[in-house]
Design a binder for this molecule. Structure first.
Ligand SMILES: [Zn+2]
Length: 628
């Protein structure tokens, strides 16, 4: 219950297409010293951290004293949940300290061991408080719903309401605990990750006279090269390697999907999809509307592909043509510029938001640059409730890094606002709203860059970035979501998933989305194995949230840009409400209903507007079509 997890940000890894990013950045030896996080804001020393950890371990063990008391009275429940919450808060703060410290220096076994200590502490807390849900679930749903309305339990209103709603799907305490104990052996995610990242002997090809290894990060890098024959060779070689393991990949995914389906049935859900969405309180209508809307607007994706074909100057567009940038000459930025642009772009969010952001960006709350032994990628960690958020990133001066900075601090200010307004129990927000807060900032930045671009080439660069981001987050993720729904359907109807069957199903969707039958693109059958490269299919209906986030974020950014004073208030209320209600409901209260077609249609109008602008720029400035 009420468990707070660290929030690694997946968006950047998603856009770069990496599977699992390599843990460390390669870096020149003579790199100057870099600013470090203000970890002393959490604990003044490692000794203070260790003392708190030892004390918390004892505090956790004493939480057994509430066992059997929860349903005695609302007051008894409130005091138990308050006591558990206080320990959760300390456990989270201990984890943040050890986790951040280890992430800046992954080569240090001492720091890794301290991080592992907090993982064990968290596991102990979960295990000791394992009695909470079954004890409450043993009450009648009516009584739970009645208690949820009492002032003494106001911090736990949403938690108790949800428990009452989920009561028909919660099994006996013995059964739930047996299933929880079996959970680690029913998931094949770890076996998948080992095969897809470590065990496969990766091939090498020669690019520019140099031998290059095509492991997942090599593939993500070399598929963007401008030399077209090289891109084709990258695709042919990489996917042929995956294809050799199609049967094993198929068996792993079949096993994982079967586990989702079985668990859903045991818990009396009519499908794995409704079970997965119910665990986050999201209506299935949102998922269905997303897939329906994307399918109704595939012509928009295909218009973008035709624009890409025009810019690349190729007679036939191939699947290996989707990654090279539309404009080769990319602008570069310093971290100071990133800070200034983020401040300028978020002006529509008002004074209070800007004051929090300004404070965050000028404090040592960001670990900005790559360094030897530092974790790659980017994330925001806002779990230290009484302190402040921290952001890790690897700034390299590209526009994507500026966008990541605005994105991560979108998460950061979301946490600051939620912490100001919510008690510990409801400050943490779901992924469903988290990625909206960050993507709104990305959208505002993108709009700001387009509005202030000084040359046609510069403007086309930002339009190209925005369009590619929509392909990758809206269409590609919805295509994944549709695939996920289909493969669960197969198993629910008694079928099984072989590698061959998965490739056929994936290939059909790929053809539909990319307009192969309409002559928009050609895709070699060998590339249908791409499903085996996507770890998200093991996350049990997760990826659709990237597409709903970008849809909601665009609608909210449009409302903010309209200057409607209610728009800013609604948006800030959404952020301040943290996890006080379902993510779907919070976004709906801010004026965007993701179960209706309207926000998806607005997103498609925006995308078509960008395509129009790009085509007009190319008509007016044909020199932009000359690639060096
Ligand atoms: Zn994010």
């Amino acid at each position: 219950m009420l468990r707070r997890t660290l929030r690694p940000c997946l968006a950047t890894a998603l856009l770069s297409g990496l599977n699992l990013a390599p843990l460390q950045m390669a870096l020149a030896e003579d790199t100057p010293p870099r600013p470090h996080w203000a970890l002393a804001d959490l604990y003044p020393s490692v000794t203070a951290w260790q003392q708190t950890l030892d004390r918390t371990r004892d505090d956790i063990d004493r939480l057994t004293r509430f066992k059997g008391t929860l349903s005695q009275s609302p007051e008894a429940l409130a005091s138990a949940l308050d006591a558990i919450g206080r320990i959760e808060k300390t456990t989270a703060r201990l984890s943040v300290y050890a986790g951040l410290d280890a992430d800046e220096d992954l080569n240090s076994s001492k720091k890794r061991e301290r991080a592992a200590q907090t993982t064990r502490l968290q596991a102990r807390l979960n295990s000791v408080t394992g009695y909470v849900t079954p004890e409450l679930a043993a009450m009648t749903p009516d009584e739970l719903a009645r208690w949820a309305k009492l002032p003494a339990l106001s911090d736990y209103r949403y938690f108790l309401t949800r428990l009452a709603e989920r009561a028909p799907h919660i099994l006996s305490a013995d059964t739930e605990s047996a299933l929880a104990a079996m959970a680690p052996v029913t998931s094949t995610e770890n076996s998948y990750a080992l095969l897809a990242n470590a065990d496969i002997p990766w091939p090498a090809i020669t690019i520019d006279g140099v031998s290059r290894t095509l492991d997942p990060s090599g593939y993500a890098h070399w598929r963007k090269v401008d030399e077209r024959d090289a891109r084709e060779q990258v695709f042919d070689t990489f996917w042929a390697t995956f294809h050799q393991y199609a049967d094993t990949f198929g068996s792993l995914l079949d096993h994982d999907v079967t586990a989702h389906v079985t668990s859903a049935r045991l818990h009396h859900y009519d499908s794995a999809l409704s079970a997965a969405l119910d665990s986050n309180d999201i209506p299935v209508a949102v998922y269905d509307q997303l897939v329906h809307s994307a399918n109704a607007h595939l012509d928009t994706l295909q218009r973008y592909l035709r624009l890409r074909q025009r810019l690349l100057g190729v007679t036939t567009l191939h699947y290996y043509d989707i990654y090279p940038p539309l404009i080769q000459k990319a602008p570069e930025f310093t971290l100071d510029q990133a800070r200034q642009l983020t401040m300028e772009a978020t002006r529509p969010l008002g004074e209070h938001y800007q004051a929090l952001l300004d404070k965050a960006l000028h404090a040592n709350w960001t670990s900005p640059y790559p360094s030897k032994g530092k974790r790659s990628g980017a994330y925001m960690n806002g779990a230290a409730y009484d302190v402040h958020p921290y952001v890790l990133m690897n700034f390299n001066g590209r526009f994507g890094d500026v966008s990541t900075y605005a994105h991560e601090w979108g998460h950061g200010v979301h946490s600051m606002l939620a912490t100001e307004a919510q008690p510990w129990a409801t400050a943490d927000y779901s992924i469903f709203t988290a990625e909206v807060a960050s993507t709104v900032n990305e959208m505002l930045l993108s709009d700001h860059m387009m509005a202030t671009a000084t040359t046609p080439e510069n403007k086309l660069f930002y339009i190209g970035q925005a369009l590619e981001s929509l392909r990758a987050t809206f269409f590609r993720q919805t295509q994944f979501a549709e695939f996920e729904r289909e493969i669960h359907d197969v198993v629910e109807q008694g079928g099984s998933l072989s590698g061959q069957r998965l490739s056929r199903m994936y290939g059909e969707l790929l053809h539909k989305y990319y307009g192969v039958d309409k002559g928009v693109m050609e895709i070699k059958p060998a590339y249908n194995i791409e499903w085996a490269y996507v770890p998200h299919f093991y996350y049990n209906f997760y990826v659709y949230q990237y597409a709903t986030s970008v849809t909601a974020a665009r609608a909210l950014a449009d409302r903010l840009a309209s200057g409607d004073p209610a728009a800013r208030a609604d948006y800030l209320t959404l952020l301040k409400r943290g996890g006080a209600d379902s993510g779907y409901q919070l976004i709906r209260d801010a004026g965007v209903d993701l179960a209706e077609p309207a926000p998806y249609e607005a997103l498609m109008r925006y995308m078509n507007g960008l395509i129009d602008q790009a085509n007009t720029l190319l008509d007016q400035h044909p020199e932009l079509l000359e690639r060096s």
